[in-house]
Design a protein around this ligand. Structure first.
Ligand code: FAD
Length: 405
């Protein structure tokens, strides 16, 4: 029978494998992953795993037995170095070869490094993997001074965990507000207030220009473009990611800030699919190809790829969604608010339970909900259907949003 090789053993790879097992895929499945871990979920890395509330084993999507029972071969701690598309063969880090009939690239993304002087000093951390958390967590002790570069959701989640541990936290954000790339002004301002109330020194409109060294090669401060230096015992840089397209580009597959795939997760090469963070893909929900960095996208594309590999017809057609946990606040987001021309707020930020609805030409295009899961759930359906809803209806707490579709 045929062999499907999946490169990368992350969230998308794990979901694809379990979906293929469920579908009783009769080919052989081989997963090759660079990290030393079974496919795992990353969201807890900046939340409950960082705070120590959950164990390592709870991160794994499936235990080893699931793969063993299904006859899946897992080659972990193994990097794929090259793809030879003519002979359909991969070169692994140890020089050995691995042939495939179908190849699925699920290589995820890489953290963006900060290109300023001092960036190589000890005590400067990034956060993408279990190994990264295991290096960072022991340093998060009460009284330590942590400077977080980047006020995106990962930086803010770490700020919340660290503040709770008694760490003295400063967040430096270049944009005028936090999470500017993923949410609107109301939500940004609300979260800025919550962080400040928790004792975080949050500075927006501030660009980092250098890291200062202490005596021992250890970072001792972070210098900003206004000339100020924030003292630091440790630093977390969380300024975004870039899709991991190295292999695909070297193999000549079309890439444009992501491996280009269609709504069936197919690349240009009939033997190669790509899924998850590493792709710029077609999703029938959008007019343009998009690149998304979320579990929902990894899962949905994995399901689509499983259908494609088993001869099914299941184009990707879903509104994107996402969540973030900071303190006891659960932020859930669906849709893309870009280009909205009106907003409506349900509930009251002062009650720590509210939702912002974004409308474009009368149609609901996105919802950001804080501690209001029913508004998010209803919003997911309404956004998916691009429903036209009156703002007055959306903000009326007497209206059960489930009932309006
Ligand atoms: P990954 O899970 O990154 O897996 C890719 C794997 O491929 C990696 O293990 C990598 O080492 C491996 N690899 C790459 N190149 C090679 C190669 N050449 N050979 C072998 N292996 C290779 N999303 C949400 O929706 N909600 C959240 O709350 C959320 N929180 C997050 C918090 C953190 C700290 C992080 C880092 C991410 C978070 N995300 C969240 C994003 C989410 O985890 C990603 O979107 C998701 O992991 C993407 O899955 P993936 O399989 O595409 O990539």
């Amino acid at each position: 029978s045929e062999t499907t090789v999946i490169v990368g053993a992350g969230h998308a790879a794990g979901m694809l494998t379990t979906t293929l097992i469920q579908k009783k895929y009769d080919g052989k499945i081989v997963i090759v992953g660079e990290e030393a871990h079974l496919p795992y979920q990353r969201p807890p890395l900046s939340k409950a795993y960082l705070s120590g509330e959950v164990e390592l084993s709870s991160l794994y999507l499936k235990p080893q037995e699931t793969y063993d029972k299904a006859g899946v071969t897992l080659s972990l701690d193994t990097r794929v170095e090259a793809i030879d598309r003519d002979s359909r063969e991969l070169t692994l880090a140890d020089g050995s070869g691995l042939t495939y009939d179908n190849l699925v690239l699920a290589t995820g993304s890489q953290v963006r490094r900060i290109p300023v002087p001092g960036a190589d000093l000890d005590g400067i951390h990034y956060l993408r993997t279990i190994a990264d958390v295991d290096a960072l967590r022991p340093a998060l002790t009460a009284g330590q001074r942590l400077v977080i570069v980047g006020g995106g959701y990962i930086g803010l989640e770490v700020a919340a965990v660290a503040a709770k541990l008694g760490v003295s936290v400063t967040v430096l954000e270049t944009e005028g507000r936090v999470m500017a790339r993923v949410t609107g002004e109301t939500i940004s301002r609300y979260f800025e207030r919550k962080h400040r109330e928790a004792g975080v020194d949050l500075r927006t409109g501030t660009r980092v220009v250098a890291f200062e060294a202490g005596d021992d090669g250890q970072v001792s401060g972070v210098t900003c473009d206004d000339g100020s230096t924030v003292p630091a015992d440790l630093v977390l840089v969380s300024i975004g990611i870039q899709p991991e397209t190295t292999l695909a580009e070297a193999a000549g597959l079309p890439c444009d800030d992501g491996i280009l795939v269609d709504e069936y997760t197919r690349t240009d090469d009939p033997h190669i699919l790509a899924i998850g963070d590493c792709t710029r893909h077609r999703n029938l929900y959008f007019d343009q190809p998009v690149r998304l960095e979320s579990v929902a996208n990894a899962v949905d594309q994995a399901r689509t790829a499983a259908a494609t590999l088993t001869g099914g017809d299941q184009p990707y057609n879903a509104a994107p969604w996402f969540w973030s946990n900071q303190y006891d606040l659960r932020l859930q987001m669906v849709g893309l608010s870009e280009g909205h021309d009106a907003t409506a707020i349900r509930g009251n930020p002062d009650d720590d339970a509210f939702a912002v609805f974004y409308l474009k030409q009368g149609k609901l295009v996105a919802v950001d909900a804080v501690n209001m899961p029913p508004a998010f759930m209803a919003g997911k359906k309404l956004v998916g259907a691009r429903a036209a809803v009156e703002p007055a209806t959306l903000i009326d707490l007497d209206v059960d949003l489930k009932s309006i579709m």
